[in-house]
Ligand binder design. Structure first.
Ligand code: PEP
Length: 249
């Protein structure tokens, strides 16, 4: 399966830095012939920079997405951004249920499921994040957590064209700690088997790994069976690090 390398810029950068980074990545992509035969590239900037980054990427193979959306279609929801607004400014993807949103904004599986439905309605591809905390892993509950998050946050009837799963152990995000290759293998195998048992094209749904993926561990992580790409936080903010990960993919 073609890998997907997605950069989650989170709440980082200013306009000038965002523009510079986008230009660097576009020039890297244009100097890398047929890169899109091997790898899809996605940038998810903060909402305020999406339009500008999209404009810079418009003639390149790089896609642009958002880090969240509302589950409401429109109306009196101050501060919210709808899936239709994201579609309207050229987004193809939206990250939903990132652990930081689950943790700091109280997003439950049910909210995540409703956001995925809203994104699907507008033709956006949802990247749904799931992952266990350190405490859950220590108590050996990680498999149950993943199974229940998958069951409760993914609506019925999804397929490989409208959903991507990102397995992101919460304790590995932004900490410099990565899950061991054996753990990544086991968790991705479990996720694949759940997807296959629920969706007719479950073997084609991409499963990304996220959690301190860097140039020095990307090759190993990306070569594990059922790891179909990476969701990258910190290393997506530096052109040299992000492009190095893309090259490994
Ligand atoms: C993330 O936020 O999705 C992530 C994986 O972050 P980092 O790469 O910084 O661990």
């Amino acid at each position: 399966m073609k890998k997907l390398i997605a950069g989650n810029w989170k709440m980082n950068m200013n306009r000038e830095d965002a523009i510079k980074l986008a230009f660097s990545l576009v020039s890297f992509a244009s100097e890398s012939p047929k890169i899109d035969d091997k790898c899809d590239i996605l940038l998810c900037p903060p909402f305020t920079y999406i339009s500008q980054v999209k404009e810079i990427c418009k003639d390149s193979v790089i896609s642009v997405g958002a880090q969240d959306c509302s589950f409401h279609e429109n109306g009196a929801y101050t501060g919210e951004i709808s899936a239709n607004m994201l579609y309207d400014i050229g987004c193809n993807y939206v990250i939903i249920g990132h652990s930081e949103r689950r943790q700091y904004h109280g997003e439950t599986d049910d909210i995540v499921l409703n956001k995925v439905c809203a994104a699907r309605q507008e033709g956006l591809i949802s990247i749904v994040c799931i992952g266990e905390t350190k405490e859950e892993r220590d108590k050996k509950k990680h498999e149950d957590i993943i199974i229940s998050q998958l069951a409760a946050s993914i609506p019925d009837g999804m397929n490989s064209q409208n959903i991507v799963i990102a397995y992101e152990p919460v304790w590995a995000i932004g900490t410099g700690k990565t899950a061991s290759p054996d753990d990544v293998f086991d968790m991705h195998k479990l996720i694949r088997s759940e997807l296959k048992s629920r969706f007719s094209d479950g073997s084609d749904i991409r499963i990304l790994y996220g959690g301190s993926m860097k140039p020095d561990n990307a090759k190993q992580l990306l070569s594990i069976e059922n790891v179909d790409g990476g969701l990258i936080g910190g290393a997506s903010l530096k052109a040299d690090q992000f492009t190095s990960i893309i090259q490994k993919a």
